[in-house]
Design a binder for this molecule. Sequence first.
Ligand code: LLP
Length: 447
Amino acid sequence: MHSLPSNLTQLSTFPQTSKANDKGHLMIGNCDTIELTKQYGTPLYVIDLETVKNKILEYTTSLKRYYPDSLVLYAAKAFACTAIFKLANQFNLGIDVVSGGELFIALNTHFNKEKIYFHGNNKSEEEIKYAITNSIGRIVCDNFYELELLQTIAKENNKIVDILIRLTPGIECHTHEYIKTGHLDSKFGFDLEHLDNVLEYLTKSGKNLSLKGYHAHVGSQIFELEPYLDVIDILLGQALYTKQKYNIEIQELDVGGGIGISYLNSDDPISIDNWAKLTSEKIQKKCKDLNLKLPRLICEPGRSLIGTSGITLYKTGSTKQVPNGRRFISVDGGMADNPRPITYKAEYSAIVANKINKPEQEVVTIAGRYCETGDILIKDILLPKILPGDIIAISNTGAYNYSMSSNYNMVPRPACILVNNGQSEVIIERETYSDLIAKHKIPSILI
Ligand code: LLP
């Protein structure tokens, strides 16, 4: 865990191996981040292997302690990258994929197929065929259109497909409106009042589908525990109903994504261990009360597995002092490599990676390089005096940054490197200008 000297509390949102060297440079995974920027350029995504491994182990060991029959799926949408899929597979995690593309990476990395769970509210026919013909572990069925498609495609391929049913639990939680998913007015999942229709379909027509369990996901970046516990009440209530009325016993309970993380020093999410303990106890007690067999507990953390391991290094360039107003410091990246601030008003912490031991001196706004007023990475942050060419490190960019990045303004995507024990290696190469036009074609009419 973090054991930072008190003068480095500004590193508390950074990866676990973060420290300063005697030059006053930020070190991650025992690599000098300033040297990394010289070697790989900027902007640069850096992932600290030790932090990812520790987060994986926090989930798996605490769940094994409190709920032995459990499986942690890595939510690939947080950062879908071959190297990270390999790591997840090596740690015997499962994986939650939401598209043919993520499924392709999983199959291509020889991910244990039984542990691949396929989510999504509008999987295409091709994607469903791809999943079924590759005999992946589970398909998480979201709606009636998909239910019928699944049955048809499973029958055509002479397969029995194991499915989970995604339910809309009708739970409100405190997070950004765009990343809430469990409330009633949501595009995801079957409403509870339609569960009978699903179960009748499975009994009468869905002979190629085998119902293994229920899934729900209340939302992302949640700090409260109640929504996680409420969802268990709802899912197990439906499990009891299903057993009593249809004589089907649920074997798996998939409680969705993981807990929130600290983007700011003031953020105070629950710990993974506490979440695992309370979730496990809740399921055990409720199953006892309802006289249900204990199902396998599945969870699908993304952000809390990979988020904190990642930082982004940017180089500063121009500055602008608004008369009697803000001081903008522009960096060489922004909304295309981190769309979270402009999309969700997400807040981040930063330090000047080459001036860690320097006193904080001025309040600045870190602006991106994209042609859009809203392209601001951090508003009003207290930092040491910044000059052009300084390196800004933003923490907690391991999740939903690269995976949501774009080529807006035709800027190539940055490289991503993995650091560990003083070694660094590229896991995603920096894009080139040629990559930007690799798929462009000139129509014959213009030649
Ligand atoms: N399972 C399901 C069904 C999900 O929809 C999600 C996230 C997860 C698991 C993983 O949740 P996590 O452990 O990462 O909280 N782009 C947004 C986050 C969208 C999350 C969508 N679903 C952001 O940057 O905050």
